[in-house]
Design a protein around this ligand. Structure first.
Ligand code: MG
Length: 262
């Protein structure tokens, strides 16, 4: 099932795509039709996470290409919720970075509150799976020695375009990044070091995962730069394809104007 988030007659809700023209609300409110034409809906951002938890160096081939040791435990970092954008939105290259890279990643969307969850119980806490791009200012990541700035710019977390609830075997999903129609990165979740259910368990033993929270599970080898004017897509077999444009930063100086006193 493919799930999107929409608004219809002032009401925001999750809905399943049932045909190219219509959706079915997941939890139908009184008076709501069983099926609603897409044309009557406003598409909303897919997720509103309290946090985006990311895993670094979770593919053997990517750890090797970065010249780093294979981690013994998951390496975690956070992206701020303000970095999240949806399919079709623009990734904005910050003026302070000379090298911004794409990173294709399988994302898990949490469906239930998870704290001290075992690996066996992880699946029942996951709502579904989607595509993510862990956009990274590579030069700033190396310069800073920690990753908050490099990973945290606005627009650096494209996620979407829908949540797939039944992607099949999580250990055999092919994923790739395509830039301007050319395949630049290819991998398979078969080479993940720490698989999705282990990650949910590991993270839930550190922090409470809330419904809507997202886990980015790491990227395979083949990361590389994006430039203004590029069209970049993350494609994951049986999950979806997430396309975004890339633009340069334009500072809107009106944001700096002091607000008039009332
Ligand atoms: Mg990453």
């Amino acid at each position: 099932m493919r799930i999107i988030r929409v608004r219809h007659k002032g009401l925001a809700f999750y809905a399943a795509i049932v045909s190219p023209e219509s959706v079915r609300p997941l939890n139908r409110e009184a008076g709501q039709p069983e099926e609603i034409p897409l044309a009557e809906l406003e598409l909303l951002s897919l997720i509103r996470p309290s946090k985006v938890v990311c895993v670094g160096l979770n593919y053997l081939d990517h750890a090797r290409e970065m010249g780093l040791a294979v981690p013994e435990e998951p390496i975690l970092f956070l992206k701020p919720p303000s970095s999240v954008i949806g399919a079709g939105d623009a990734i904005v290259l910050p003026a302070s970075s000379e090298q911004v890279d794409y990173e294709a990643e399988l994302a898990l969307v949490m469906g239930r509150t998870a704290r001290y969850v075992s690996e066996d119980a992880a699946a029942q806490h996951i709502f579904g799976y989607t595509c993510a791009n862990d956009v990274t200012a590579r030069d700033l990541q190396k310069k800073d020695g920690q990753w908050t700035r490099a990973k945290g710019f606005d627009t650096f977390c494209p996620v979407g375009p829908w949540i797939e609830t039944e992607p099949g075997d999580l250990g055999s999903l092919a994923l790739r990044t395509v830039v301007n129609g050319e395949v630049r990165q290819e991998g398979n979740t078969a080479s993940m070091i720490f698989p999705p259910h282990l990650l949910v368990s590991y993270i839930s033993n550190i922090m409470t995962l809330l419904p809507g929270d997202v886990i980015l599970t790491g990227t395979p080898a083949g990361v590389g730069p994006i430039r203004a004017g590029d069209e970049v897509s993350v494609e994951i077999d049986r999950v979806g394809f997430l396309q975004n444009t890339v633009i340069g930063e334009r500072i809107d100086e009106s944001l700096d104007e002091p607000t008039a006193m009332q």
